[in-house]
Write a protein that binds this ligand. Structure first.
Ligand code: FES
Length: 484
């Protein structure tokens, strides 16, 4: 990218004190594809009848750091930039953090437009354009082409490419105020408004509507400025509002945005100070045990309001302690109590071992509550899919030969709605492989030893031990269990 290498000379010859205008020398040096006719016309040397343009009206995106361009320091400051062989681009700071870029190719016949203090003027047929590129007078033609301007994370700009429309972005979608009948006014809250699209986002406006049939006048809005980035400050006043929940909607609009108006829901909770809200959890701990690679069933913790009034602004945050990170999700189904928190570990490729984390549940105006979460990942065992064994649908049901562990066949019994047992199918008397009888018990075909569904020896000519129990890992609700 070349930025006016002859800036001193061009500044001196420009009618616009704050900008660099490309002169004849610069064009020869930096824009080699520019035709001679265009060069002459770009210098404002008179009407040139047919200088057909060969430059790209819309240059490929190039980087410009405004911090290195003194002319762009003040609002209204301008400079002309030539990137590679593209057409000159007029860059103007139009706000503290907003910039505009225009291609200086005249849309009439392609001559390079002069930049002057009074506006932008084509030297060929005298079309005159406003600073924002709008055609004003002279040869009728379209406006100058606006280019995309995007800000990089380091504060520099990417300029070029076809202008994409601006898009409204809010850093939050809901605001909740909490107060009591005797409390002080809640502190104001802010919402950041940004442009997630291209170009400039101006014409910002806000509109306030209150909930149907609700009391009005308790919310006030203040927008820092009419162009993004901007800050919307919301202030709530209880006034004479009685105990209750009051709602309002703020609609934020911007000129030419691609994503339409954005809405912000606002609530004011007026509570009785003698019966404040209180956060109560149905459980303060959750434990999971699962073999490597399995998918344990999620567990749910209820978040309730055990006090008075309303409990809003529920949020869940996770802090990992022992073991790895990122293996847990905690999702609230809503931000107002009562709410359900779904806790779900993802074992994935975690190694066998113990993992722990703390979920902190917070809400507006109340003390937070913590949920400790432990995950024990066991070595991979024989994975049994319950749906594949209909006998395991009923308590007392026995499924035989579901697989092998330690080289021997395994049987699984459903002990209760939430628990299973597993046994080696080697008879403890002489090692013969036993059979499942009627899906509810076991019998050894060798000497006739009988065992019940829990593997306990019942009868036979010779006394036998109970069946050798194996370890079952099962999380209630899961679709699989693991036997080791
Ligand atoms: S080329 Fe005709 S007015 Fe610019």
């Amino acid at each position: 990218m070349t930025r006016d290498p002859s800036s001193e000379a061009s500044s001196a010859t420009s009618a616009c004190g704050g900008c660099h205008r490309l002169d004849r020398r610069q064009f020869l040096a930096s824009a080699s594809v520019l035709s001679l006719g265009a060069l002459v016309s770009g210098c404002g040397d008179g009407i040139i009848s047919a200088p057909e343009q060969v430059l790209d009206t819309v240059p490929a995106p190039f980087r410009l750091d405004p911090a290195t361009v003194p002319e762009l320091a003040p609002i209204g400051g301008r400079t002309v930039v030539v990137s590679g062989t593209s057409a000159p681009v007029l860059v103007e700071r139009v706000g503290s953090a907003q910039f505009r870029a225009l291609s200086l190719v005249c849309p009439h016949r392609g001559t390079i437009v002069d930049v002057a203090s009074g506006g932008l003027r084509c030297p060929n047929h005298h079309a005159v354009f406003a600073n924002d590129g709008t055609w004003l007078s002279g040869q009728p033609t379209a406006g100058l082409t606006a280019l995309d301007v995007r800000r990089n994370s380091d504060g520099s700009l990417m300029i070029g490419g076809t202008l994409t429309p601006p898009a409204l972005s809010l850093n939050r979608s809901a605001v909740v105020f909490l107060t009591t009948l005797t409390g002080t006014a809640p502190a104001p809250q802010t919402v950041a408004i940004a442009n997630d699209g291209g170009g400039m986002l101006g014409g910002l406006a806000v509109a306030l509507t209150y909930g149907s049939g609700q009391r009005t006048g308790w919310l006030s809005l203040a927008l820092s400025q009419a162009s993004a980035p901007a800050v919307l400050t919301l202030s709530a006043q209880r006034g004479t509002l009685p105990i209750g929940t009051y709602s309002a909607t703020v609609s934020i609009t911007g000129a030419g945005v691609s994503n339409g108006a954005q809405t912000l829901s606002v609530s004011l909770l007026v509570q009785d100070p003698t019966t404040p809200a209180a956060l109560q959890l149905s459980s303060s701990s959750v434990a999971f045990t699962a073999p490597i690679g399995s998918t344990p069933a999620a567990q749910v913790v209820q978040c309730n309001n055990s006090g008075g009034g309303s409990l809003a602004g529920l949020a869940a945050t996770i802090d990992y302690s022992a073991g790895g990170r990122g293996w847990l999700t905690a999702t609230l189904n809503q931000t107002t109590a009562p709410a359900a928190l779904t806790v779900r570990p993802t074992v994935g490729t975690l190694a066998a071992g113990s993992y722990s984390a703390t979920i902190t549940i917070s809400a507006i105006g109340v003390a937070s509550r913590a949920i400790t979460v432990s995950l024990t990942v066991t070595a991979a065992g024989l994975l049994v899919t319950l749906a594949a064994w209909p006998a395991l649908a009923n308590v007392g049901g026995v499924a035989g030969s579901v697989g092998n562990v330690n080289g021997g066949p395994v049987a699984v019994t459903r002990l209760s709605a939430t628990s299973f047992a597993a046994f080696s199918m080697r008879c403890p008397h002489a090692g013969t492989t036993i059979n499942v009888v009627n899906g509810t018990s076991f019998r050894c075909p060798n000497h006739g030893a009988l065992f019940n569904s829990a593997g306990v020896w019942q009868s036979s000519p010779q006394r036998a031990e109970n069946l050798a129990a194996l370890t079952v890992t099962y999380t209630p609700g899961a679709t699989t269990l693991s036997v080791t």
